[in-house]
Design a protein. Sequence first.
Length: 138
Amino acid sequence: MCFDYDGYAEFAQESYPITRKPHRCEACRAVIPAGEMAKHTAGKFDGAFFSNYLCNVCAQLELIIVRSELEEDCRWSEAWPPWNDMINYAEEAHMIWYDEEAAAWKGKPEPGADLRQLRLGLDEFYKSLRAKAEGETI
Ligand SMILES: [Zn+2]
């Protein structure tokens, strides 16, 4: 399933900083503590400026979803899940599930990952997909 958007940000810049103060995660709504590597996105959408954070776990989940969408032949711009629906999507895709007995989420990535490295890994993966697609058309 590719993600269909009505519109795209006029511009957006993503980065993976170590947070200097607490922020709220746009996807799971948990507080991101200061000193954690998170994803920051700032840009302009529909005439309004925005600045959002994803916690380390949700940022990893986002990259996992993007990778699987790309594997399903979605275009790059359609591979990124909407933040407010990302947790639902991951649950419906059986990537994560709530274990009633353990009263905990299962399948979620562990916090503390080096998001910059994972993001570079996604770029590499996308490049290899495109190279393969170009190779097949020759
Ligand atoms: Zn989160």
